[in-house]
Design a protein around this ligand. Sequence first.
Ligand SMILES: Cc1ncc(COP(=O)(O)O)c(C=O)c1O
Length: 347
Amino acid sequence: MIEFPVDFYSDTQTRPTAGMREAIACAEVADEQKREDPSVNRLQEMVAELTGMEAALFLPTGTMCNLISYTIHCRPGDEIIIEESCHPAQFEGGGAAVHARASLLLLKTETGIFSPDQVEQAIRPDDAHFAKTRLVSVENTHNIKGGHVWPLESMRLVAECARRHGLLLHLDGARLLNAVVASGTPAHEYCRFFDSCWIDLSKGLGCPMGAVLAGPHAFIDQAWRYKLLFGGAMRQAGIVAAAGVYALENHVERLAEDHAKAKKLAEGLARIEGIDVDPTDVETNMVIFDIAGAGLSRDEFLRRLEPHGVRFSAMLRPTVLRAVSHLDIPDDGVARALAAVGAVVGT
Ligand SMILES: Cc1ncc(COP(=O)(O)O)c(C=O)c1O
């Protein structure tokens, strides 16, 4: 296996820190399905408080958070309004169709952030020929379009439009805490517009796994049923929930370091001939860049980076790459990545 000491592939590449491993080793545990695991209960309370929701539920993955939410909110034949490159639209195996039996109406955007007008135009007329528009699903920060933060006012206007039309709202907060740290807006300020929301533990927070779904009591009661139904109910899950508690106590503020590294990386890449990137576009821990001018295919570019121990990820468009900063990027990681890219493209 090739080692990538400077691995900008994704913020999912982190390994638990020594402090997190200690928290895992010392975790108090019991049967989670009987709701007796103290570490799971503590994590759920923390996330309910953080998001300003009544209750929360620990789940193995963010994908399960999205799919359980969609299944609760939608009836078969319903339609979900969502931006075209959001995770459920691209990377969840068509799960919205499989589990919620709902279709997705995809909105086109440059940045992942859509407008109330786009929502308004996407809502189907109340006519038996059409799917029933049920839900608006929002991703904050937006992953594939480059870690953009939803401005609170844009979110408020979208939510207002959705409510006016009797629609429900769901927030994919895989990287909500990146938005919180970048904007200074507390999580509950974003979450108050939504019927359900969640945060991921296995991204910037650096846990080995897990996500926490939050919402009103009645929603979380239903989510418990689906947790069992989807096979996501565990036993002594406090072993991993303890990592989440540790991360919420120790790894939130430090996300600012990831954001600073991403910005520095973008500024350096912008100085390399053949690389097209706009550093002012970097709001959180992601950098999207285009190597079309470098005279190399993307596969060749990535292959040539391997001996330097540097990795990025390929995006949907053929010459575009993404770098994601996280807590396992070493202090000299940006400099090493820039030197490697410079060597690979011959500048
Ligand atoms: C925006 C977004 N939503 C959902 C997910 C799914 O999370 P998980 O990998 O925990 O299932 C991801 C994972 O990359 C993501 O980036």
